[in-house]
Design a protein around this ligand. Structure first.
Ligand code: DX5
Ligand code: ZN
Length: 225
C-alpha cells in the first residue's frame, strides 16, 4: 500500500538549546508541521534532555504545531498523562521499557493522542507484530537511542521493509517512522524501504536555511514540488 502521507520532523535535541523557543518558531516559519521532542532520563539511555515543562514551553511558543514526544524512559506509563497535559499530540514509547505495552497504547489513544511503539536496533521487529492493530505508528530506531549525530544503521532498513509488508498484508494503515542519522541520502533509502515519517536532527539543524533543507527533504517524496 503506497503511503500517501510523508513528514519530516526536526529532532529538537539537535537545535540550539539556548534559543529553543526561537528554533521552534523558525521551524514553523519553514512550514514544518511537527517537531520531534526526545525525552531522556539517564536510565533507559545514558543521556538527559527535556521533561514535561520543556514540552509545555514549546507548546506555548508554537501552539499550532504538532508535537511528537519520543519517550526514552523506563515505565513510560508513569509519565504519559503528564506529557499529554503538557501538549504532546503523539507519544511514542519503547517496547523494551515497559511490560504495560497494550495498556499504554490504549491509554494514549483514549487521550486522543497518536500512539507509537519504538524498538532499539538490537530488538527484533517481529516483537512489533502483535501490536500493529493498536498503534498509529511504529518507530524503527536507525541509531542506538540516546544521542544525536550518530551514523545511520543501514541494516535497520530490513525492519522497515518487513513491517511495511506485514502492515500492508494485514491492511493496517500505520505510519513507519525512522529516527537517527537521517540525511537526504538515508531518508531516500528509508522512503524506498517503506518509511513515511522521517526524524532529522543534525542534518536539519546544521543548515542555516530551514525552509531550504525542508524543501530538499520534501523533494524526495514529491519530486515535482
Ligand atoms: C536519538 C534520538 C533521535 C536523534 C536524531 O536517541 O531519538 O531523535 O537525536 O538526531 P540525528 O538526526 O542527529 O541522528
Ligand atoms: Zn527520537
Amino acid at each position: 500500500m503506497k503511503h500517501d502521507f510523508f513528514l519530516l520532523e526536526p529532532s529538537m535535541i539537535a537545535a540550539k538549546w539556548s534559543e529553543f523557543g526561537h528554533e521552534a518558531v523558525r521551524c514553523q516559519e519553514a512550514q514544518i508541521e511537527m517537531l520531534h521532542l526526545d525525552v531522556m532520563d539517564g536510565h533507559f539511555v545514558k543521556n538527559f534532555t527535556m521533561g514535561p515543562d520543556m514540552v509545555l514551553a514549546i507548546r506555548k511558543t508554537v501552539p499550532d504545531m504538532a508535537l511528537d514526544v519520543h519517550l526514552m524512559i523506563y515505565s513510560p506509563e508513569e509519565y504519559i498523562e503528564t506529557f499529554i497535559e503538557a501538549g504532546a499530540n503523539e507519544i511514542t514509547f519503547h517496547l523494551e521499557a515497559t511490560e504495560e505495552i497494550a495498556h499504554n497504547l490504549d491509554y494514549i489513544r483514549k487521550c486522543n493522542c497518536k500512539a507509537g511503539l519504538a524498538i532499539r536496533p538490537e530488538t527484533s521487529e517481529t516483537l512489533l507484530l502483535k501490536y500493529l492493530d493498536q498503534v498509529d505508528k511504529v518507530l524503527i530506531m536507525t541509531v542506538n537511542p540516546g544521542f544525536g549525530g550518530q551514523k545511520f544503521m543501514k541494516e535497520m532498513l530490513e525492519k522497515v521493509k518487513f513491517i511495511r509488508e506485514k502492515a500492508d498484508q494485514e491492511g493496517f494503515k500505520i505510519d513507519i517512522q525512522v529516527d537517527g542519522g537521517i540525511n537526504l541520502e538515508t531518508c531516500k533509502q528509508a522512503l524506498d524501504a517503506g518509511a513515511n515519517l522521517f526524524v532529522s536532527g543534525t542534518t536539519f539543524f546544521k543548515e542555516k536555511d530551514y525552509t531550504k533543507i525542508h524543501h530538499e527533504f520534501k523533494k524526495l517524496w514529491s519530486p515535482k514540488k
